[in-house]
Design a protein around this ligand. Structure first.
Ligand code: SF4
Length: 476
């Protein structure tokens, strides 16, 4: 399983702003479950509540009532750099000569380590091990009094991936890095504080607008900073010479909810089309197409449509599994995966089946799922994957950063992969097939984890080396 990155949500110009952010974060929970937080502002002071766990676990009425004001930003996190401790929980905040500043960041900066070391040599202290903290310090140290110019100055020095929400007492700034790796959508809300003001909403995925009854306006563009305050909305570029966009294709393949529209593309339509493409590239006779729930469902529908083979829910996902503390002392093989997926004997036994999943990264979960299925003695099992083999680490915020962990690196051939997973055949959609012309422009996407062509310098960083470097820097 790939662990996800982060989700950010903000609202400007709404009574009980924090309650709205709380609801929005619920719909972004799939992007990070380790920690969450909200900071609000009542134009005078900041109010902050951050903690470990899911949104519903951490927040209660008392905490939400504490968060006063008409503007707020929030964050759900799965740590991509730094440790999953309270100290790294976002939004981050700091008191500066420009007043209090709060930051929520999704993505991973590839030059955070060098900026951090430079700032530390200049006497800057750091209180987290997160790459995001450098953004906060750069804004604070920028040679401007104004939050907008200071933020632009700070963001223009960063390399890698960032979708950010920056807030001071009376302004929210939403921005995407010049290549636009991570998504960020702008929405508006009909109910406004006064007839003269507009309520604006920001979210990593627009599907979260529905729970707060906001309307999607558009995406924040790569290299764009959107500033909202009492003067209205203003759009500014971050750097003057904009590079080519390199949006993360994995957002469409796996991270985003099928109900979202990211990079101006319907996630549902995209996955359906990739399923159809997979059926064209790797047809096989079978009785049923079975999705790995939930990630493979939409592509399985597409595969079934194109192949004419009926889709059946041969694996049922248990939605009630939390952390499992009790494991039988004798040990049950693949216990964790067995807790999550229940096989349906009538669909599997003596049948020829095609399993569809969105991706295979390490292969360990796929292998366990196949074992559960094979316990029911199907006649044939074929695995079809709605993305190409992941061969290269991601440095832009996705947790599969060690090359030796990647299944497609461990084995040289598709036959070896099929043998390892335990199936009769494996088929991955091709890199060309990943970019259906009618839905996406391949020139605007990063696909470095498939082909190794990284769109930015990566300064030899990896999650481990980054963690190590910042720990060493912190110790020096
Ligand atoms: S390397 Fe892969 S996962 Fe990372 S940003 Fe590029 S496409 Fe997305």
């Amino acid at each position: 399983m790939i662990r996800e990155e982060c989700g950010i949500f903000g609202i400007y110009g709404q009574k009980e702003a924090a309650q709205y952010v709380y609801l929005g974060l619920h719909f972004l929970q799939h992007r990070g479950q380790e920690s969450c937080g909200i900071i609000s502002s009542d134009q005078t002071s900041f109010y902050k509540q951050i903690g470990l766990g899911k949104v519903s676990e951490f927040f209660d009425e008392e905490k939400l009532n504490y968060l006063k004001g008409n503007q707020a930003i929030g964050h759900v996190r799965y740590s991509t750099t730094g440790s999953p401790t309270l100290v790294n929980t976002q939004p981050l905040s700091a008191m500066t000569t420009k007043g209090p500043i709060a930051l929520a960041h999704n993505g991973n900066l590839t030059n955070a380590s060098s900026i951090r070391q430079r700032l530390m040599k200049e006497g800057q202290t750091f209180s987290t091990t997160s790459d995001s903290e450098v953004i906060l310090h750069l804004i604070a140290r920028a040679p401007y009094d104004d939050i907008v110019e200071s933020t632009r100055w700070a963001l223009s020095q960063l390399e890698g991936a960032f979708a950010v929400l920056v807030m001071n007492r009376d302004t929210i700034i939403a921005a995407r890095d010049p290549m636009g790796f991570r998504p960020l959508a702008l929405g508006s809300h009909e109910e406004t504080l006064t007839p003269a003001t507009q309520t604006y909403v920001f979210s990593s995925e627009d599907t979260a607008f529905s729970i707060v009854q906001a309307t999607r306006v558009r995406e924040i563009m790569p290299n764009e900073m959107v500033v909202v305050n009492s003067s209205g909305l203003e759009s500014l570029p971050i750097v003057s010479s904009q590079p080519k966009s390199r949006q993360c294709i994995f957002e469409l393949i796996y991270f985003a909810k099928p109900s979202s529209r990211v990079f101006e593309t319907s996630v549902y339509e995209y996955r359906y089309e990739i399923g159809r493409q997979l059926a064209r590239e790797f047809p096989v006779e079978a009785d049923y197409v079975i999705p790995v729930p939930d990630s493979g469902i939409v592509s399985a529908l597409g595969y079934s449509h194109e192949s004419g083979i009926p889709m059946a829910l041969g694996l049922i996902r248990s939605h009630y599994v939390g952390r499992t503390f009790i494991e039988p002392s004798q040990g049950i093989r693949d216990f964790g995966v067995r807790m999550k997926f229940m096989p349906v004997p009538e669909i599997i036994k003596n049948k020829r089946i095609i399993i569809i999943d969105d991706s295979i990264v390490r292969g360990t979960t796929s292998r366990k799922i196949i074992q559960i299925i094979k316990d029911l003695h199907p006649r044939e099992v074929h695995f079809r994957v709605a993305s190409p083999p992941v061969k290269y680490p991601c440095f832009y915020g996705i947790d599969f950063s060690r090359p030796e962990e990647l299944l497609a690196n461990k084995f040289q051939s598709i036959e070896e992969i099929a043998k390892y997973i335990g199936v009769d055949s494996v088929g991955y959609v091709s890199i060309e097939g990943l970019f259906p012309e009618a839905l996406v422009n391949r020139e605007l996407f990063c696909r470095a984890c498939f082909d190794g062509n990284y769109p930015t310098p990566i300064h030899n960083v990896s999650k481990e080396s980054f963690d190590h470097e910042i720990q060493q820097a912190s110790l020096k």
